[in-house]
Structure formats: structure tokens, C-alpha cells
Design a protein around this ligand. Structure first.
Ligand SMILES: Cc1ncc(COP(=O)(O)O)c(C=O)c1O
Length: 399
């Protein structure tokens, strides 16, 4: 764990900063992690990245790229070998043809989402965003003057998104719909019917779909993964974003991409030049090795996530006051506390009194202040130790 990040609320309100920077929230995850960093014997179930090492063949490819002198800028769209690898890999995975010109390599999925939203969000445009959701989209949308309309999901329904509710919320001002399956913070995986219904109605109504698929390989049950790339014949109304961070446990190498129509990629390439110029070159070579290497390393990680998921579902179900469900992907569960309970107070007191760090629901939106995000990107031993503390503590609480 690194040193705590300092966020001074007074500082960011200083008039020197632009209104968009002043509008950025202090990340709820940071608040908890900062607090935990000042305590001893903390068990973290708060982590948002894989706890596995990067597979050795990818490490070798990264080092080889440095030794071979691959340390200059690549083409702005990305290293040609990686553009081709992404197009081939995702084309084959989703049974469709993709050209390298449909791909833009970015500094993680974060840059891809930044480009997609900043290039299109504007005053008068509304985005439908599932709530709870990853706390990147709404601030970016608002920072660019557009409006967020939350579509709530609930633990009682496994946090599934109701496609009809999304469709019913498309109005005159709706410009975009954000999807994130498997979801952070809920671990929910949308079935094909949901994604297909939303993507098709959006195309018909001239609304764009922004699909964050960074957990696209972390699907823990036997089911076909419904990428937006499987649910549309053309790419004119979709931007599909993913990265190597979660699949190959290489978040620090910062390689992601955006897949869309060739026309959209051309525009976004220009924006990308003004943002980061190109993604890290040796890391792009590591990306080629990741996508062209065997799947065994991913399968091994999946096996561990699956065992942890099964156990954590049991443990959460055995915890008083928590409403559980069975998430099918990523490495999170987002149970709820009784209605009107303040999740931030509970998470803070739980950290102070048991030393277990989880993230309160209000870090992920407006409709779930009575929830907690529990990450199982932690060893089975830590998961067991954490719940040995959480269960008796919860049993003593009166909500
Ligand atoms: C849903 C989601 N999207 C995007 C990201 C960022 O991914 P990257 O490391 O590729 O920028 C994360 C990281 O936690 C995430 O959970």
C-alpha cells in the first residue's frame, strides 16, 4: 500500500481551478483507504485490481521490448502489431470481422472512456448510467457539461439492469447509454437479451452505447459473454472499451483500447494525440504477447476467483443484516444493509472496530447509500479472517 493520497476539499474549491476540476468528487474508495493506511492489522476487501502477478511470458515480452529498443513513440492509433492482435482476438472471440482501423490503443480503459465521453458529452446531452456504477463515468459526463440520469439496480434482483426501464428512460435529450458488464461494483453480468434489447433500441433511436468491458474475461459461470460486439451488426452507434488490466493482471502497464466504427476511431485518434499522444510502447509489446499467448494463465486466475466468489456468497449470506445475491463476474459483491442505513457510517465503524476495509455504496452512485462493496481480489485466507471479524460485529449491530 502506497502513502495516502491527499485530497483537500478546500484546496480544490480554490478559484484557481476550473469549474470542471472543482466538480470532481473525492473518490469514496480513497477516503477509506486513506483511513486504513493509518491503522495496523487491516484486512483489505477494498481492492479494485487483481491480486495475482502478471504472467511470466508477458513480463518477458515487456523486458524484451525494452532490450530491443522499442522505446520510441508508436503510430498514434497504436503499435500496428497490437492493433492487429486486438482486432483478430476480439473478432474471433465475438464471431465478427474487425479491422485494425476499428481499434484505438489507449492508456488503459480509463483513457479510452475519457476520450469517448469528453469527445461527445456536451450541454443539453443526457447519458443514462446504471447506478451503482464505476465512479468514472458520471464525473466525466458532468465535467463536460452533460447530464446524468441514473438507472437504479438492486441487490434483491442481483443488480440486474432492466432493459425495459432503460428503454423507457430514453427521452428527447438522451444522447448516450453507459453499460458495464461484468459490473464494478456489483459483479453483475448482463444476459444477452438485456444487452441486445438496449443496443438495438439505442441504434433505432439514434442513441450511442458506451460499453465498458474491462472485466470481459472475468465471467465466472458457464454462460456466453454478451459483449456489445456480439449484439450489433455495425459499429456506428457503439464504443466498446476494454483493457489488459484485469484479464492479465497488468493494471500498472496501462494498456487499453476502444473499438468502434472506422470514422469514430479517426476522430478519436486526433483527440488522443492531444491527450496522451500514444500508449506506452514496451507495454504495447507486452500486450501483443498477452493476446497471442495461451489462455491458461487467465483460466488459472478464473478458477481462484470462482472459488472465492462461491465462498464469499456463503459468507455474506451468513452475515446478519446483509442482503446477498450471486454475482457472476468481476471480483466484487455489493450486498445491501437494511433500508435507510448509512453505509458510510457502517463501513467507517467496521474499519475502526474490526480492521476490515470495504467501500461504502455512496462511492458508486446516488441510489445505494445503504450498500457495501466487498472485493474478493484477496487471498482465501484473508477473506476467511475478514469474515471471522465481520460476522460477530454485524450480529451486535442494531439497524
Ligand atoms: C469498470 C472499470 N472500468 C475501467 C477501469 C479502469 O481500467 P484501466 O486500468 O484499464 O484503466 C476499472 C478499474 O478498476 C473498472 O473497474
Amino acid at each position: 500500500m502506497g502513502p495516502p493520497l491527499d485530497f483537500d476539499a478546500e484546496d480544490v474549491r480554490h478559484p484557481m481551478w476550473s469549474p470542471s476540476v472543482r466538480s470532481l468528487p473525492i473518490p469514496g474508495i480513497r477516503r477509506m483507504v486513506n483511513m486504513a493506511s493509518e491503522m495496523d492489522d487491516v484486512i483489505h476487501l477494498s481492492i479494485g485490481q487483481p491480486d495475482f502477478s502478471m504472467p511470466p511470458h508477458i513480463v518477458e515480452a515487456h523486458i524484451d521490448a525494452l532490450r530491443a529498443g522499442h522505446t520510441r513513440y508508436t503510430l498514434d492509433a497504436g503499435l500496428p502489431q497490437l492493433l492487429e492482435a486486438v482486432a483478430d482476438y476480439y473478432g474471433e472471440r465475438h464471431g465478427r470481422h474487425l479491422d485494425p482501423e476499428n481499434v484505438l490503443i489507449t492508456t488503459g480503459a480509463t483513457e479510452a472512456m475519457y476520450l469517448a465521453i469528453a469527445a461527445t458529452a456536451a450541454p443539453g446531452r443526457q447519458f443514462l448510467v446504471p447506478d451503482p456504477t464505476f465512479p468514472l463515468y458520471a464525473p466525466l459526463i458532468r465535467m463536460n457539461g452533460a447530464e446524468v440520469k441514473a438507472i437504479p439496480t438492486r441487490a434483491e434482483h442481483g443488480h440486474q439492469l432492466d432493459p425495459q426501464e432503460v428503454i423507457d428512460n430514453i427521452g428527447m435529450r438522451t444522447f448516450g447509454i453507459i453499460l458495464n458488464s461484468p459490473s464494478n461494483p456489483t459483479g453483475t453480468v448482463y444476459p444477452k437479451e438485456t444487452v441486445e434489447a438496449i443496443v438495438q433500441e439505442a441504434a433505432y433511436r439514434g442513441v450511442y452505447v458506451y460499453s465498458d468491458e474491462v472485466y470481459d474475461h472475468l465471467v465466472l459461470d458457464e454462460m456466453e459473454y454478451a459483449s456489445v460486439l456480439r449484439c450489433t451488426s455495425d459499429l456506428d452507434h457503439v464504443m466498446v472499451i476494454s483493457s489488459l488490466s484485469k484479464t492479465f493482471s497488468m493494471a500498472g502497464l496501462r494498456i487499453g483500447w476502444l473499438i468502434s466504427s472506422q470514422g469514430a476511431i479517426k476522430k478519436l485518434r486526433r483527440f488522443h494525440i492531444f491527450t496522451t499522444t500514444v500508449a506506452n510502447t514496451p507495454a504495447q509489446w507486452a500486450g501483443v504477447a498477452a493476446l497471442q499467448g495461451g489462455r491458461e494463465c487467465v483460466d488459472e486466475m478464473l478458477e481462484s476467483y470462482r472459488k472465492r466468489r462461491d465462498r464469499i456468497v456463503e459468507l455474506v449470506s451468513n452475515t446478519p443484516h446483509l442482503t446477498s445475491y450471486r454475482p457472476q463476474g468481476a471480483f466484487y459483491i455489493f450486498p445491501s444493509l437494511p433500508p435507510n442505513t448509512d453505509g458510510t457510517t457502517v463501513a467507517t465503524r467496521m474499519l475502526e472496530e474490526t480492521g476490515v476495509c470495504v467501500v461504502p455504496g455512496d462511492a458508486f452512485g446516488e441510489t445505494c447509500p445503504n450498500s457495501l462493496r466487498i472485493s474478493y481480489s484477496a487471498s482465501m485466507e484473508d477473506i476467511e479472517r475478514a469474515f471471522e471479524r465481520i460476522i460477530p460485529w454485524m450480529a451486535e449491530q442494531k439497524f
